[in-house]
Write a protein that binds this ligand. Structure first.
Ligand code: ANZ
Ligand code: ZN
Length: 873
């Protein structure tokens, strides 16, 4: 990390490693009055409305958004990472003169509050409000600069009115529908779970194994957007590649052919989806999912095989199925044959548990020689196999060996063998030809399948937005008229773990007349998945109090897409996919003018403690409260940023917090102690007194001044680059190194330092840069020191400093060049060379060339400004 360790020769006070526990005496020595000025500055920011953008007329806008949290009660330092990161970016943009929108709100509906109500009798509304208040306090204590006037909570009727409005919009557009289907059911939470909420076959929340049940539910037709959700991923170039891959896999597009297999005794063919039409001549049986309608029809035929099939289907229905679980393969022969439309061969139809009724057509052609699942099934039941793909034309494996030995299926593409007129074609060419021939002959059609399923949005719970539908015996599912929104959650419910929505017991809630015909009808008692709430909140922040519409087109078109979205990678699929989908629906409805909500995404790594992810359930949480009380918010922020690269997991160490505390103490003393030795006039400050930033009237200069100014401008350059790339930990290192340099300079000059001298001006410049650059990271101390430097306005109204490239590069350094570990040359070179430049200079030197001779350079290691190590041989 930094070259600044605990022992710091440039500092006048303490040295040595950090103490095992905060030593009060030491802390006093290093102390600075954070407890006094931190709250004072927070108040100033609030009264000055520092974080309130002019949303109507931004010259340059910047929308910085953290994923809004679920109000679980208390935050730990791991949560802080996310918010502090966002705050650094927001303040940094503010210092570039942008109008910055950085709002905060609450994803306030959800199961935990309701489960808590079951245990405690405390109404979710009440516990949620309490948690929001506590967490808001914590966010404020971190010094996070949110525009609290824009605060929203998804459980507020004025918010969920619009969530319901959005449901109606989707309903109108044919994108919300009710259907019976297999759903994931958590027997412990007593609720339906979306596929995304099932992790390794268990409930995401409580880890209970999930079951499959057939229930009538509400869905959003996200599958209608599968192709666009996939295609537009290509435009999200500022998203982590890993998140894009996860989304791509989740959508899971596969291109194939639907082949029609005539079935003996049936008028309709059995349609099978395959991605491997090139293996058609190797299909030795067909398999139906137990839920396939044809399976039921074949089971109803007379005969023992049909009877066995019926029994198999009944047994399958009676067993509990867990998503993600792969039970041993099992199946039954229906006694019925189909025809291979290519070869005309008769092939048996089976029913088996390894074919899903929810994917493709629910029926497959099984090719045991080339598909491992089919291979295992065929081995189990002694079904013949036929090799039709070979690695190359001469290497077809012996099919007999395949059937008996413990070989696996050959799943690769290759060359088609034993495939009638297609023999000799490559797999790819064969697929194409077969698809073309089958389409021409009406025996099949090209088809695309997605792994993505429609979004199951209904929950049999209370604490969510009620689905605005009224069921009428005569009119069916009737949308609640818009003027009747919001459908408000009733008070006076009893919370019981029944698995039914508590709303079902509130007659006054559900007994309503049909909006269409006026007859007695029933209000829908399911509520919406909370992912619906969070799929549009980023739009609401632009006009959170608007009572006429969910969001204002003019504002969202100006402010979105979000410039920087920040959150946990656990939302890589669900939340982000849903938000993208809803945005596209709005676009199609003409409600806004962009198709992707988040231009850039940053997913931060987790904070760990004792090797495990910090979480309440693991009992390893560190609260920010005591640390902030002991060291101040700036110290905790700075440590959180310094702990490691923000995209990587990092281990929290309470004791190391002391190190950043001491660093801030050093910054404090550096400014406060030398205030009288530097001029009063700003050097970098606003308005700049020197035309070009940092251009001397500082002449004549000593070496020491030159070196310090180089450090100042190099640091401006480094911190700027690092923050632009979100390398915040290395930005902090750069600040530490610069502090070290400036402290060394001041100590060396001692009494020779004076406000009317070049040295004094150079130091003032160094300190101004330090305070400006440190401001996004440690905003309170920066404000305080900026004021003590004689500036009347907030440091966040200043412009971010710009480095002078000449000054940044002015110093010369000695570049040591080694060849196979032996020093061969010392080159004078300008500081700050890139690796390529340093390498070029080293290889250009005749002494180095002589040492390398004819040998090849195998490896080059460059330590910037210090060393070039060539490994040759
Ligand atoms: C014949 C075949 C031969 C297949 C071969 C594969 C390899 P993806 O890529 O995931 O789309 N399949 C189709 N529907 C299925 C269902 N409902 N349940 C289980 N499996 C199903 O996979 C498509 C392949 O998965 C299809 O191609 C089909 O098996 C199987 F050497 O057809 B294939
Ligand atoms: Zn009606």
């Amino acid at each position: 990390m930094s070259s600044i360790k605990a022992s710091d020769p440039g500092s006048t006070s303490q040295a040595g490693p950090p103490p095992a526990s905060p030593a009060p005496g030491r802390r006093e020595e290093a102390s600075f009055p954070f407890a006094e000025y931190e709250p004072r500055w927070r108040e100033r920011w609030a009264t000055d409305r520092l974080f309130r953008p002019d949303v109507g007329h931004p010259q340059r806008k910047y929308y910085c958004l953290n994923m809004f949290p679920y109000p679980s009660g208390t935050l730990h330092v791991g949560h802080g990472r996310n918010y502090i990161l966002g705050d650094v970016i927001a303040r940094y943009r503010l210092m570039h003169g942008d109008q910055v929108l950085c709002p905060m709100g609450w994803d306030a509906f959800g199961l935990p509050a309701e489960n808590f109500a079951i245990q405690s009798g405390i109404h979710p509304e009440q516990s949620t409000q309490k948690n929001i208040a506590a967490m808001k306090q914590q966010l404020m204590a971190w010094g996070l600069g949110y525009d609290w006037d824009r605060e929203i909570a998804s459980s507020d009727p004025e918010y969920y009115r619009w969530t319901q409005w959005i449901f109606l919009l989707l309903h109108r557009r044919g994108l919300a529908y009710q259907g019976k289907g297999p759903v994931n059911w958590c027997p412990s939470c007593n609720t339906v779970l979306a596929n995304e909420q099932v992790v390794n076959g268990a409930c995401e929340r409580c880890d209970t194994p999930v079951e499959t049940r057939e229930l009538e539910q509400w869905y959003f037709r996200i599958t209608a957007y599968a192709d666009r959700l996939l295609a537009d991923l290509e435009t999200l170039v500022h998203w982590p590649e890993r998140v894009r891959v996860m989304q791509r896999n989740w959508i899971g597009r596969s291109d194939g052919l639907e082949i029609r297999f005539p079935v003996e005794g049936e008028s309709e063919p059995l349609v099978c989806f395959t991605t491997r039409a090139d293996t058609l001549y190797g299909a030795t049986f067909l398999v139906l999912a137990p839920g396939h309608p044809l399976a039921a029809r074949l089971a109803a035929r007379p005969g023992p095989e049909a009877q066995a099939t019926a029994q198999f289907i009944a047994r399958y229905r009676a067993t509990v199925h867990r998503p993600g679980e792969e039970p041993p393969k099992e199946g039954v022969f229906t006694g019925v044959q189909a025809l291979n439309p290519a070869s005309g061969e008769r092939i048996p139809i089976w029913v088996a548990n390894y074919v899903l009724s929810t994917y493709g057509t629910g029926g497959i052609m099984a090719v045991p020689a080339h598909d491992q699942r089919d291979f295992e099934f065929a081995r189990l039941y002694g079904i013949p196999m036929r090799v039709v793909i070979a690695a190359d034309a001469s290497s077809a494996p012996d099919p007999k060996a395949l059937a008996t030995a413990s070989v696996t299926a050959y799943e690769e593409d290759g060359v088609m063998v034993a495939s009638g007129p297609y023999t000799g074609l490559t797999s790819a060419a064969g697929r194409d030809r077969i698809a073309a021939d089958f389409e021409a002959a009406g025996k099949g059609r090209r088809a695309v399948n997605y792994r993505l399923r429609d979004w199951l949005i209904s929950r049999q719970r209370y604490w969510g937005a009620p689905i605005p539908i009224i069921h009428c015996a005569r009119c069916g599912a009737v949308p609640v008229p818009e003027k009747d929104l919001p459908v408000v959650l009733p008070a006076g419910v009893r919370f019981k773990p029944t698995g039914e929505s508590p709303l079902k017991e509130v007659e006054a809630f559900w007994r309503v007349p049909c909006p269409a015909c006026g007859e007695p009808a029933r209000r829908e008692t399911a509520t919406m998945d909370t992912f619906v709430d969070s799929s549009w909140y980023y739009l609401r922040f632009l006009s959170p109090q608007d009572r006429t519409q969910p969001f204002a087109r003019e504002l969202v078109d100006r402010w979105l897409p979000v410039d920087q979205y920040i959150g946990g990678v656990e939302h890589a699929i669900l939340h982000l996919l849903y938000s993208r989908f809803i945005t596209k629906v709005f676009y199609d409805a003409g409600l806004l003018g962009f198709v992707e909500p988040f231009a850039a995404l940053f997913t931060q790594g987790m904070i760990c403690k004792d090797g495990a992810k910090m979480s309440k359930s693991k009992g390893n949480v560190v609260s920010p409260d005591e640390l902030i009380a002991a060291y101040g918010a700036d110290t905790v922020r700075l440590y959180t940023l310094f702990v490691g690269p923000p995209e990587k997991d990092a281990e929290w160490n309470d004791r190391a917090v002391e190190g950043t505390y001491r660093f801030l103490g050093r910054v404090w003393r550096l400014v406060v102690d030398h205030r009288d030795r530097i001029p009063d006039e700003p050097v970098l400050g606003h308005p700049p007194v020197l035309g070009k930033p940092g251009k001397p009237d500082l002449e004549p200069v000593s070496d020491a001044v030159r070196v310090l100014r180089r450090s100042t401008h190099r640091t401006i350059q480094r911190v700027t680059q690092d923050v632009d790339r979100l390398h915040l930990n290395t930005a902090v290192s750069a600040l530490m190194e610069h502090t070290h340099a400036a402290a060394g300079f001041a100590a060396d000059l001692g009494v020779a330092l004076g406000p009317d001298k070049a040295s004094g001006r150079a130091l003032r410049e160094a300190l101004e840069a330090l305070v400006l650059l440190v401001a996004p990271f440690a905003p309170h101390i920066a404000e305080e020191l900026w004021q003590r430097l004689g500036n009347p306005t907030s440091v966040f109204r200043e412009r971010w400093p710009v480095h002078d490239p000449e000054l940044a590069a002015s110093a010369t350094i000695t570049l040591v060049v080694q060849v196979n570990g032996k020093v061969r040359a010392r080159l004078d070179a300008p500081a700050g060379l890139s690796e390529t430049e340093a390498k070029g200079r080293a290889l250009g030197d005749p002494r180095v060339q002589a040492a390398v001779g004819e040998r090849a350079v195998r490896k080059v290691v460059v330590v910037p400004d210090k060393l070039v190590n060539l490994v040759v041989g």
